[in-house]
Every structure is written in structure tokens, then in C-alpha cells.
Design a protein around this ligand. Structure first.
Ligand SMILES: C[S@@+](CC[C@H](N)C(=O)[O-])C[C@H]1O[C@@H](n2cnc3c(N)ncnc32)[C@H](O)[C@@H]1O
Length: 363
């Protein structure tokens, strides 16, 4: 029916027109598809907004944390520097330390000279001879090196980190006529090869001595070390000399302590000899404890190493056992040992022992 067809066409147009009108007129309900699209878009928008917000928050938090950490680190460093200066100023005020005479290159050991009398005493305590090679660690104006060359005929080397002091030392050696035997090197003492030295002298600081200690213990057995004033912790000196120094520039006591060590050979372990002789040594620096077995008898001994020389004494012994320790061999001069309950007295004599890696000498 044509009338009916025209009417339905009009209705469709109206519907289309109504849909378009719906899109523009928000007061009217939107079609379902449009609603879904709008809702999906808004969810994505919310997610993007949340992501952006989280990123911004994280960035801000990281920036704030980094800034706070940097500020705290700077504040701590400044406080330490101030406290350090105050501490040294306080020591200086007490006359205990020439706090502000630090060498220029930022190292911690200040330049203070060893008085001449003390220099001489240090070299005498080390027993310096013309055959020695003396190494002064932190040689300052070169006085120890020059004295070792001029008074003792030794060859000597000074290592010093401050260039002007090295130049001053070279000039002084030339003036003293010993520039051939007294050499100076501008060098960090921690980067110096110590192995050629037979005598090492130092006037540093306790903590620097301790830092050097492992390298000093690696030196050839018998190397002598003399330190002005400062020791080396629980590596006790073999000898300490205290001398009055009225003109000493630092400290209240006006004394100098000179410490001498002799690098001990590494003797720890088991040593085996003929006839079941067995010596088991434990060692702490130059101090040794020993279990000495000869035949049926066993003695607990204690003693010291002076370089390669070993000396052991036990409760029942009148004279010490004396020995010389090489890398794998030891010669032991045994005195007569007092008789024990288990057996006869040991006879005096020279015993040759060999270092053993076994658990016991019979094994
Ligand atoms: C207390 S003075 C001793 C000077 C000289 N040995 C004496 O007894 O007269 C210490 C010297 O060690 C130097 N020194 C400090 N740190 C050093 C280093 N890392 N390497 C070499 N020399 C250093 C200082 O510049 C200073 O001259």
C-alpha cells in the first residue's frame, strides 16, 4: 500500500533524525552503543590519569629522597671535617700534635723532623753498617737518609710525597757530598717496593704503621725496622729505647721512644729430625711456642725469633735451644736437657731438622 510505504519511510527518517538529535541533545538518553564507547573511553582516560599521577608521585619521591641523601652526606662530611679540625686544634693547644703542619698533597702524616740526636740513635739502634741499604719512609727533609750515608757509609733511599721536600733533600745530600749514596724519590710510600731494604726507618703515625705492617712482615727475615715514637699494635717491638729530647718541638713529655723490630722468619709448623726428633712450632710474630720431642721425652718450650735465629727455653732447661731457621731446613743446637721421669737426659749436639707437611714426623 503506497500510503503505508510513505508513512513507514517518514518514520525511518524521523528515527534517523531522532538519533542524530540524541547525539547533540545530551538531555535525551544516548543509544546503547554510544554509551559503551563513551564508558570505555572514560575508563582508559581514568587509567591514563592514574598512571600519570603515579609516575609523577614516584618521580617526586625519588627526587626528594636523592636530594635528602645528598644533603645529609654533605652535612655529615662537613661535620666530620669541622670536628677533625677542632680535634687537631685541641691537640695542638695541648701541645700534643703540630696539627696544622700537614703536608700539602692531602696526605695525613705531617712533616715534622726527627731531631738530630734522635736520628743518630735510630740508626744506631738499627745497627746500620756500610753494607746496609736504609729506606726512610716519608723522608721529609732527608736528614735520616743523609746521616745513614754520611755517618754510617750505608746506601740509603728516602721516599717522600711532597716535591719541595724531595728537592730540599737532594740539595742537602749534594751539600753533604753524599748524593751518590743518598737518593730521594718523590713517591707514595704505600706504592714503594720495600724489598731491597735491609733497614727501614719511619716517623709516621700509629695507623700508618699498622697499614704498613703486612708489607713489613713480608720482608726478608732479619730486616730491621726502627720507628720513631709509634709502635705497631700487637707486633711488639724487640727493643724500645726512651730518650729525653728537651728541644722536641711536639708533645708535652719531651721524650722520644724508638722501637726496633727484626722481621721474623716464618717458622710455624712441624720440623722432623733423625732418631724421632720432632719440633712443632706455633708462631705469633716473633714469639714462638714449641713442643719438642727427642726420644721418649717431650718438652713444652717458649721462645723468640730474631730474624732467622731461634731461641727456645723450657721449664727444666738451664740453657736455651738455639737454632737457625732456613726456608725448609733448621739447625738446632741442643744443650744437655735435665733428666725427666720418663727417660734419660738429652745429649747436647747439633740436630738438623726438615720442615714437614705431614701431621706427624712418623707419618
Ligand atoms: C713526620 S715526617 C718525618 C720526616 C723524616 N722521616 C724525619 O724523621 O725527620 C713524615 C713525612 O712523611 C711524608 N709523607 C706522608 N705521607 C706520605 C706518603 N703517603 N708517601 C710518602 N711520604 C709521605 C710527609 O710529607 C712528611 O714529610
Amino acid at each position: 500500500m503506497p500510503g503505508l510505504a510513505v508513512a513507514s519511510l517518514d518514520l525511518e527518517r524521523q528515527a534517523d533524525f531522532g538519533a542524530q538529535a540524541d547525539l547533540c541533545n545530551l538531555t535525551r538518553p544516548l543509544p546503547r552503543a554510544v554509551w559503551i564507547a563513551v564508558r570505555i573511553d572514560s575508563r582508559i582516560a581514568v587509567r591514563i590519569a592514574v598512571c600519570v599521577a603515579v609516575c609523577v608521585a614516584v618521580c617526586v619521591a625519588v627526587c626528594v629522597a636523592v636530594c635528602v641523601a645528598v644533603c645529609v652526606a654533605i652535612a655529615v662530611a662537613i661535620s666530620i671535617a669541622i670536628m677533625r679540625s677542632l680535634f687537631f686544634a685541641w691537640l695542638a693547644a695541648l701541645g700534643l700534635c703540630p696539627a696544622l703542619v700537614f703536608a700539602q698533597v692531602g696526605e695525613e702524616v705531617p712533616f715534622i723532623t726527627t731531631p738530630d740526636r734522635v736520628t743518630l740513635a735510630m740508626l744506631q739502634l738499627a745497627g746500620v753498617r756500610s753494607s746496609d741499604h736504609v729506606l726512610d719512609l716519608g723522608s721529609g727533609d732527608g736528614r735520616i737518609v743523609i746521616t745513614a750515608a754520611r755517618r754510617f757509609g750505608a746506601s740509603a733511599l728516602g721516599v717522600e710525597i711532597v716535591p719541595e721536600l724531595v728537592q730540599r733533600s737532594r740539595d742537602a745530600a749534594r751539600q753533604a757530598g753524599v748524593e751518590g749514596r743518598a737518593q730521594f724519590r718523590e713517591q707514595d710510600l704505600f706504592k714503594t717496593d720495600l724489598s731491597a731494604a735491609t733497614v727501614i726507618t719511619m716517623y709516621l703515625l700509629p695507623e700508618v704503621n699498622l697499614q704498613l705492617r703486612p708489607a713489613l712482615l713480608q720482608l726478608a727475615p732479619g730486616t730491621r725496622i726502627v720507628s720513631h715514637d709509634w709502635d705497631m699494635g700487637d707486633w711488639l717491638p724487640d727493643e724500645t729505647l726512651t730518650m729525653a729530647v728537651p728541644d722536641k718541638k711536639i708533645g708535652r713529655e719531651k721524650i722520644s721512644r724508638l722501637h726496633r723490630w727484626v722481621v721474623p722468619v716464618r717458622a710455624e709448623g712441624l720440623w722432623c729430625g733423625p732418631g724421632g726428633a720432632q719440633l712443632r712450632l706455633t708462631q705469633r710474630f716473633q714469639a714462638v711456642q714449641a713442643q719438642w720431642r727427642l726420644g721418649p721425652r717431650e718438652h713444652m718450650l717458649h721462645g723468640v725469633l730474631d730474624g732467622r735465629r731461634l731461641s727456645l727455653l723450657g721449664a727444666t732447661m738451664r740453657k736455651p735451644l738455639q737454632g737457625r731457621v732456613e726456608d725448609t731446613q733448621m739447625q738446632l743446637q741442643t744443650p744437655a736437657l735435665a733428666p725427666s721421669r720418663e727417660g734419660a737426659a738429652g745429649r747436647p749436639g747439633l740436630i738438623r731438622l726438615t720442615r714437614s707437611a705431614a701431621a706427624s714426623c712418623g707419618a
